[in-house]
Design a protein around this ligand. Sequence first.
Ligand code: OSB
Ligand code: MG
Length: 373
Amino acid sequence: MKIERIDLYYISMPLVSPFGTSFGTQLERDCLILALHSEGLTGWGECVATNDPGYSYETAVTAWHILSDFLIPAVLGKELDEPEQLQGWLSKVRGHPLAKAALDQAAWDVTAQRDGLSFAQKLAQPYSEDPRERVKVGVSIGTQPSIAQTMDVIAQHLDEGYGRIKLKIKPGWDIKMAWQARHTFPDVPVMLDANSAYTLDDAIIFQSMDELDLLMIEQPLGYEDIYDHSQLRPQIKTPLCLDESIHSAEHARYAIALQACDIINIKPTRVSGWTEARKIHDLGVAHGLGLWVGGMLETGVGRAAQLAMASLPGISLPGDISATSRYYAKDIATPFYLNKEDSTITVPTGPGLGIEIDMARLKEVTLKQESFA
Ligand code: OSB
Ligand code: MG
């Protein structure tokens, strides 16, 4: 499939409510949407780099620069047979995994469409098991103005049908809030995400949460750290999950060698895309790690590809893949709904991502558009 043309959209969408983390609070979300055209088909990708470099060094603006000046020129005109070829063409660019992942997603989508397969079916081809039809999901809840309000927000999401709650923590907003959540909702699976807000000296904070029977604590320490996590892990009972510091299958291998984590949050977008994410999936399965699929407030374009990843057989824990209405009143693609009875979302079965793009809505939220041919 010759890569004939790529369209890049810089979009900004209002969030239904502010999303607060240890690195800041977001009221609207910027990201890039990419359309890859080949032989009458269009593959879509979402670059989750956003307004600020709080989660990752990449922003929507740096990703625009890296994509338009380096990554897109490296792939335009190339013959794409299988999506696994793509990373080789991008390898002269160091880092910038979020920018690379947008192209990677579009390459998986367009080749899956050509093959008459869903994104999930194409990803699952090496495995003997079929991809799951529905995947378990939970909801990620940002920091709130008070503990009482946090309990209200949890109750509201439980009422909507979410069966797993993730709470963002930061220094000063941790033990009391987690204790209250555990005692208000004793039977609900609860996990915490620190987004790198602590150091090893804070081990006592995590030890004091040992008795809360938390599902896991996600990325308590440095955003590039693996070693200190390996030092913290034997000091606490709560399973330890890495997010930010795993950028590739190599990093996953280091984390496994150092016994730095029990669980990996696989965000394909954080590791340059689905080809690399699948390698991490396979390593995690081989070493008995817990695995789940994280999110970055994706639109339906990104959500569809997260769902495909979460449908793979080794994914063992609920993903951060909430329904469209969790973040957006009006999305740019077919909305996803929660199956209330089992806290799942149904994986699309149509060719590729299996979603319709609402082009009128996409244009409405686009701040800048450019085509490369
Ligand atoms: O650390 O998992 C994270 C959102 C933005 C940046 C980082 C993270 C998150 C989330 C939300 O936790 C996940 C989602 O619902 O998409
Ligand atoms: Mg996280």
